[in-house]
Design a protein around this ligand. Structure first.
Ligand code: TEU
Ligand code: CA
Length: 594
């Protein structure tokens, strides 16, 4: 077993898998740093910023896809798993990145995208070339159905995950439909075919043989589809196509195939893996993916807390949420893993999400840093492997002033287009005003997490590129950029840094039990963390822009040897019955349980 730094030693019988104590930094290469002025981030750009990652104190990088791709879904549509996308560089550049990261004590996770390929992958080109091509059965091909008027219809009523249209795409050449849960350029692989599973194992080994530490595994609970492709029940009468997640997620042979893949690759190489699995609940369903005995994944990205502000079965419709619901989701994941020997991932942001300060904190200038620090404290004081998304360490927030046309993501574009079509039908006007969509898009669009990183305050593009960025930058880079955050010792960047070092030296935070206080409170999120043989932790977070007096629901005489560890205001020493919490204040105390 590899140990990356001095903190990673076993304690109290806790499994010493190195990745449990790791801090992972996600890089979305297109938007990280452009080295050659074409407006697109690239591998050389990443290499030039390794010092920043080292200074922050992370020990793993997860690199979003850098494989050859037509970029319809920004690399999550892979055309060749074994070569590097030309805009990002070459395989030599990648080798150099890998080496330089390792020299800096940072391991590398690649993104394995194997539920689907690009429609430009040779496998799909072959598959669609004729009905009797040997690769035909590598994807899901089905004949059309016809309605009573003789109109051609898809094989079933499944809705695409990226909108409200069909999940099936007609192929004129071979006169059949293929399944594509995501964009039409992302045909789903047919995992029932053993040749497909073998090909995925080969690709996985190709990268493991290069010495990487493991994978983030994309949309991996989608790989099996309900046998016979049955129609989904009609729950939305307003459209023909119905949500069918329960028919293509967590079904069929999914666990059998994941175990097969893992035994042959991940486990054999002792790799770290994190499966991306939306629509998984904090119970046996989750444990089936992550329990060590199952040999599937080290951990998963659960989605319940990310879906809390989303109208079910929509992509981008925002709904109000309560802190008490959020707290309960966190509690349930903390508890189920602790009680059953599973392991959590901890994240509040990635390339599929709006920025957490804008969604869960407050992005007004007055509170953005404070609430960003509070969210950082929450993540760093929970049990699990911690993930930080590029830009999160400097408190980036969503774009606030863009018009609808400025959002490039395929999901945002599809959403706007479909809503417009619906509206045209509804009110019979050719060009209806669609600006009402902006509220939700400004909170939830994936574009918000994908804006280029502002490295400094220089005009016009903040040191990200000398050319024109592939997508607009956030206009606030004078107040939020890396150089400024690194210089200012009171910045959110230094707050993160401090939290990471506190966490690394305090096993309770990583491995301890979780006990929620005041579960019904909709402003205060407070909890205790305990681990035998180590100091306990009390965390109090005020998730509101008001001052709040909170009564500690535990007898203060139980807190011995109290130490005020950290906070985003001056932390009063000692634990008293009443906590007077400032807006977005967060506090961390260490104590002995007596
Ligand atoms: O995401 C899988 C997934 O379920 C997404 O559709 C997610 O729900 C959505 O982005 C929420 O806004 C992965 C990748 O992270 C995403 O970027 C890709 O678009 C998707 O797979 C297809 O590969
Ligand atoms: Ca470039």
């Amino acid at each position: 077993m590899t140990v990356t730094n001095g903190h990673l030693t076993p304690c109290n019988g806790v499994d010493s898998k190195w990745w449990r104590e790791a801090v992972v930094y996600q890089i979305y290469p297109r938007s990280f740093c452009d080295s050659n002025g074409d407006g697109v981030g690239d591998i050389r750009g990443i290499i030039s910023k390794i010092g920043h990652l080292k200074e922050l104190g992370v020990n793993v990088v997860w690199l979003s896809p850098i494989y050859a791709s037509p970029q319809h879904d920004m690399g999550y549509d892979v055309a060749d798993y074994r070569s590097i996308h030309h805009e990002y560089g070459t395989m030599e550049d990648w080798e150099c990145l890998h080496k330089e990261l390792n020299n800096a004590g940072i391991k590398l996770l690649m993104d394995l995208v194997a539920n689907h390929t690009s429609n430009e992958h040779q496998w799909f080109i072959d598959s669609r070339s004729s009905r009797d091509n040997p690769k035909r059965n590598w994807y899901h091909w089905q004949p059309a159905k016809y309605d009573e008027k003789g109109n051609r219809q898809p094989p079933n009523n499944w809705r695409s995950f990226f909108g409200t249209g069909s999940a099936w795409e007609w192929d004129d050449h071979t006169q059949e439909y293929y399944l594509r849960i995501f964009a039409k350029e992302q045909p789903d692989l047919n995992w029932e075919n053993p040749e497909v599973r073998e090909a995925v194992r080969d690709v996985t080994r190709f990268w493991l043989d290069k010495g990487i530490a493991g994978f983030r595994v994309d949309a991996i609970n989608y790989i099996c589809k309900a046998e016979g492709y049955p129609d989904a029940e009609i729950v939305d009468k307003s459209t023909r196509f119905q949500p069918a997640m329960h028919l293509y997620m967590n079904v069929g042979n999914v666990h059998k195939y994941l175990n097969e893949l893992s035994v042959a690759t991940f486990t054999a190489y002792d790799a770290m893996t994190v499966g991306e699995t939306p629509y998984v609940s904090a119970d046996q369903q989750a444990l089936n993916y992550v329990h060590p005995d199952r040999k599937e994944f080290s951990m998963i990205f659960q989605w319940e807390h990310m879906d809390i502000d989303r109208v079910p079965d929509t992509m981008l419709k925002w709904k109000p949420w309560k802190l008490s619901e959020f707290k309960e989701i966190i509690r349930s994941w903390q508890q189920v893993m602790y009680d059953n020997g599973g392991w959590n991932s901890l994240y509040m942001e990635n390339h599929d999400q709006g920025r957490s300060i804008s969604r869960f904190g407050c992005d007004e200038l007055e509170y953005r840093e404070l609430s960003g620090k509070l969210l950082a404290m929450m993540l760093s004081t929970l049990s699990g492997t911690l993930y930080i998304f590029q830009g999160q360490e400097i408190g980036m927030v969503n774009a606030k002033t863009w018009s609808l046309e400025e959002y490039p993501d395929v999901v945002t574009r599809t959403y706007i287009q479909e809503e417009k079509e619906r509206r045209v039908q509804e009110i019979g006007v050719k060009n209806p005003d669609m600006t009402y969509l902006l509220r939700d898009i400004r909170l939830k669009a994936r574009d918000n997490g994908r804006m280029p990183i502002p490295w400094n305050s220089s005009e016009p593009y903040a040191g990200y590129t000398t050319g024109t960025p592939w997508m607009p930058m956030n206009s606030d880079f004078a107040v939020c950029n890396v150089e400024k955050a690194v210089k200012d010792k009171s910045s959110i960047f230094h707050f993160w840094k401090k939290l990471l070092s506190i966490r690394a030296g305090w096993k309770t935070l990583i491995h301890g039990s979780f006990e929620m206080l005041s579960p019904e409170d909709n402003k205060i999120f407070a909890y205790l963390r305990k681990l035998s043989g180590a100091q306990s932790a009390l965390v109090v977070l005020n998730f509101s822009s008001q001052s709040v007096d909170w009564e500690l629901p535990v007898d203060v005489s139980h807190f011995g040897n109290v130490r005020a560890v950290f906070g985003n205001y001056a932390v009063p020493s000692g634990i008293k019955k009443t906590f007077s919490m400032q807006p977005w204040e967060c506090r961390l105390y260490a104590y002995d349980d007596i």
